[in-house]
Design a protein around this ligand. Structure first.
Ligand code: HEM
Ligand SMILES: [Cu+2]
Length: 596
């Protein structure tokens, strides 16, 4: 065992003076190095690959649904029950996947490296977090193989429908789904506590909170939110499991089904909706905030300019995070709640637009007169901004009660949430992979393939989801296996459906190119060196690339400046790394944002 001393300890000084030995867990063989690893970087990649594998399942499900929507009756791969089941699994997998990639994947990889730490604070717990997540994913997938198949209740799992006979997957599927969610939350909590404690306690000397890259701020805030939001879903799942298995009636009112009274009474289905959306709305931002942070860093690096208004950006992240706990019932305008209540939630929802718009302005101002390099990560970051603004604008429609009521449960909603929480974050994930792949592997991803991947994905996603707004405005309902002839929907809508389906297949095919690029570049990519983008943040300053266990060799880096010293007048190079004590205005400023 090699001892790595805890060189250059301390965050804001709270750990200073405790310098001493830091015992890292050291792998002794292949299994403890790559399988049951306690190294956050390996765990990050495990999270990423698991999410990728299950994500492909969700992608194939979306194809099957789209083919059904475009050619109802003609290419009958699936029946109505399957359609419900696939919608549910597709939605649930995608939401799991995004959370796992941003927090389990990028969180694990970037938090310790960006903060100059050797690893997460509790590496063993971190390992356990991944394995429980894996079990959760396997349990979820097991839904396909149990009698009756996975639940068809929709990803919102609303009772009473979710547990009544005749809902597909009522036998086993719903139980499997609830158990899987509970496992997911348990696993996440282990990882989440790690991320929070590492951010608060693991920063290296000089890395004050207000010098942290925005990526870390985004992931940190999202993690705190998830720790507060997931318990609501957890108790909802436990209560529903009791309703299903033990005959309790937490969510089950008195019901007469087919003329027969069921033996349920007294429960409130609306209570479940509150619990679900108390988790479900913050979930959108649990995905969006890390994406915001990553995009800020990509834009700044690839435009060679400091981020505009760093402090404002940090506060915007925190304010958005806090506000997203008081807007949940905007998903429930049609649930029969008191209209006064709706007014309250519409107001809070619209207030969120303020810090969000502020972030968009600051990204644009960062780009303004920047030395913009149209690298693949930059393209994806720009694609994100456009898509997110687009999805955000339709969010303003849906946030208003009177506009939402007619649009509720139409394809307009499906278009809206795919833009904001489907396409937009996935563009960021791609951008981030192109950006950090060189650090993870020592090689660049192929640029030409990357550009094709970007344009097909970006334009293709628009081709799928933009016309969907129009279908929604026509009144085409969501979650319908087939609509048949509806008087208010013109036949041209069907042509549009075919177009969207073909676009969806093309977008999917472009991802095969991406997978190929990932594998091909591992061996044949251009060697990247340690810092190919000329970036300032600490992960690019590791002595070795890819960084070994413990990250920093003998001494942890010491931080002298914020993360955005690009194109500093008078500096020798066009960037000053955070651990560069050298000349330049920022060195004079003791903390944070100073010295631009
Ligand atoms: C190629 C990309 C994708 C395609 C073609 C696609 C397609 C679809 C389709 C056809 C539906 C069912 C619409 C309906 O009949 O109501 C759906 C629902 C859904 N999708 Fe996607 N999707 C894609 C990517 C994503 C991503 C990245 C996410 C991540 C958040 C996502 C999340 C959802 C959710 C939450 C639902 C709702 C499920 C429900 O109503 O219970 N999708 N998608
Ligand atoms: Cu919401």
């Amino acid at each position: 065992m090699v001892d790595l001393t805890h060189g250059g300890l301390g965050g804001d000084g709270h750990a200073a003076g405790h310098a001493g030995e830091l015992e890292l867990y050291h792998p002794t063989n292949w299994v403890t190095k790559y399988v049951f690893s306690q190294d956050a970087k390996v765990i990050a990649i495990q999270y990423g690959l698991t999410a990728l594998a299950i994500g492909l399942v969700a992608l194939v499900l979306s194809w099957l649904m789209r083919i059904q929507l475009a050619y109802p009756g003609a290419l009958a791969f699936i029946d109505a029950d399957r359609y419900y089941q696939f919608i549910t699994m597709h939605g649930m997998i995608m939401v799991y996947l995004l959370t796992a990639v941003f927090l389990g994947g990028f969180g694990n990889y970037l938090i310790p490296l960006m903060l100059g730490a050797r690893d997460m604070m509790f590496p063993y717990l971190n390992m356990l977090s991944y394995w429980i997540y894996l079990v959760a994913v396997l349990v979820l997938a097991a839904g396909f193989f149990v009698p009756g198949g996975p639940t068809g209740a929709g990803w919102t799992l609303y009772p009473p429908q979710a547990i009544l006979a005749n809902t597909p997957g009522q036998q086993w599927g719903i139980i499997i789904m609830l158990v899987s969610l509970m496992l997911f939350i348990v696993g996440f909590t282990m990882g989440g506590l790690n991320y929070v404690v590492t951010v608060l306690q693991g920063r290296t000397k000089g890395m004050t909170l207000m010098r942290m890259p925005l990526t870390v701020w985004g992931i940190f805030t999202a993690t705190v939110m998830a720790l507060l939001a997931f318990p609501a879903l957890f108790v909802g799942a436990v209560m529903m499991l009791f309703d299903r298995l033990l005959g309790t009636s937490f969510f089950m009112p008195s019901i007469i089904a087919m003329g027969e009274p069921l033996d349920t009474a007294g429960g409130s289905p609306i209570l479940f909706q509150h619990l679900f959306w108390f988790f479900g709305h913050p979930e959108v931002y649990i995905v969006a905030l890390p994406a915001f942070g990553i995009v800020s860093d990509l834009i700044s690096t690839h435009a060679r300019k400091n981020i505009f208004g760093y402090r404002m950006m940090v506060w915007a992240i925190v304010v958005i995070g806090a506000l997203s706990f008081v807007v949940w019932a905007h998903h429930m305008y049609v649930s029969g709640m008191n209209p006064g209540f709706g007014f309250f939630f519409a107001t809070t929802t619209l207030i969120i637009a303020v810090p969000t718009a502020l972030k968009v302005y600051n990204w644009v101002l960062t780009l303004w007169r920047g030395d913009i390099h149209f690298t693949v990560p930059m393209l994806f970051a720009l694609g994100f901004i456009v898509t997110f603004v687009n999805g955000g604008l339709t969010g303003l429609f849906l946030g208003n009660v009177v506009v939402d009521v007619p649009l509720s449960d139409t394809m307009f909603v499906v278009a809206h949430f795919h833009m904001v929480m489907g396409v937009a974050p996935i563009l960021v994930i791609f951008g981030a992979i192109y950006h950090w792949y060189p650090k993870m592997t020592g090689r660049m991803l192929n640029d030409a393939m990357g550009k094709i991947h970007f344009w097909v994905t970006f334009l293709g996603a628009y081709a799928v989801f933009f016309p969907m707004h129009y279908l929604g405005l026509l009144g085409v309902p969501r979650r319908y296996f087939e609509s048949g002839d509806i008087s208010f929907v013109p036949p041209s809508a069907q042509t549009l459906n075919e177009f969207m389906t073909i676009a969806a297949l093309v977008v999917g095919a472009a991802q095969i190119l991406f997978l190929f690029n990932l594998a091909w570049s591992l061996r044949h990519g251009k060697p990247s060196g340690g810092n190919p983008w000329g970036a300032t943040t600490l992960e690019w300053q590791t002595p070795e690339t890819p960084p070994p266990h413990g990250n920093w060799g003998a001494e942890r880096p010491v931080v002298y400046r914020w993360a955005y010293d690009y194109s500093v007048p008078g500096a020798a190079s066009d960037f000053l790394a955070q651990n560069d004590p050298g000349p330049g205005p920022a060195a004079a400023a003791p903390i944070g944002e100073g010295g631009r």
